[in-house]
Write a protein that binds this ligand. Structure first.
Ligand code: PGA
Length: 250
């Protein structure tokens, strides 16, 4: 059974006061409306511990936006998954397009992170997506295939229960230009097919994988997107950062 996930990506937004107040409102309002959708939030690293404390035991999963694939060690400015575990955080987003685009994160570095996380009992939320230029030049499927293959290289089929994928077309992020449900479905089905190809002989793996769609998801388009066969939830930026619109996604 695939899990349906509504993941809120707070990015580098919200002051400490705003993050705490949003977490408190989520604690009050989301558990009763979440039902068959798993709520997740990804606050800025500075607010993770406070938000995790507020949401502990509520069923709202708190995740980190990034990590470095190592135990405690000399990597200035980075965060180890071991430090995340200490504050109750066991889900980490990997390869968001803003990290790929502005911080030079490659699929092969994402692959190192995913290996580390899955080997050590964490869940990885791995993001892929094409830019507008790539889509317009007909390269969407080529780009997605390479991000999927490189990012998931060498991952054992038995660790797939701790993996979630997200398809986020870069041209739809923060732009208000949402992919149509049909456009998104086409790429989701392709991703599932690519994943199936990576695991010959483990046929259930790709079918049981949750693939979230991200890019201008809002309360008024979430239902149509989630109706598609291969769309198993949303990775939501802007609309997840206010309680009313986040609640509207459930
Ligand atoms: P958006 O962001 O919902 O604001 O488009 C999505 C994301 O970047 O995860």
């Amino acid at each position: 059974m695939r899990k349906t996930v509504i993941a809120g990506n707070w990015k580098m937004n919200l002051s400490e006061k705003e993050a705490i107040s949003l977490a408190q409102s989520i604690k009050e309002k989301i558990p009763s409306v979440a039902k068959d959708r798993i709520p997740m939030v990804f606050p800025s690293p500075l607010h993770l511990a406070s938000v995790a404390r507020i949401l502990e035991g509520t069923g709202v999963v708190v995740g980190a936006q990034n990590c470095y694939p190592s135990g405690l060690a000399a990597f200035t400015g980075e965060t180890s998954p071991e430090q995340l575990r200490e504050i109750g955080v066991k889900v980490v987003m990997i390869g968001h397009s803003e990290r790929r685009q502005f911080l030079g994160e490659s699929s092969s570095f994402c692959n190192e992170k995913i290996h580390y996380l899955l080997k050590n009992g964490y869940t990885a939320l791995y993001c892929v997506g094409e830019t507008l230029a790539e889509r317009e030049s007909g390269k969407t499927f080529e780009v997605i295939a390479s991000q999927v293959k490189e990012g998931l290289k060498g991952i054992e089929s038995n660790s797939f229960s701790n993996l979630i994928l997200a398809y986020e077309p870069v041209w739809a992020i923060g732009t208000g230009k949402v992919a149509t449900p049909a456009q998104a479905q086409e790429v989701h089905a392709f991703i599932r097919k690519e994943v199936a190809g990576l695991f010959v002989g483990a046929s259930g793996v790709a079918e049981s994988l949750s693939i979230l769609y991200g890019g201008s998801v809002k309360p008024d388009n979430v239902t149509a997107l989630l109706k598609e066969k291969d769309i198993d939830g949303g990775l939501v930026g802007g609309a997840s950062q206010k309680i009313d619109s986040y609640q509207g996604l459930f």
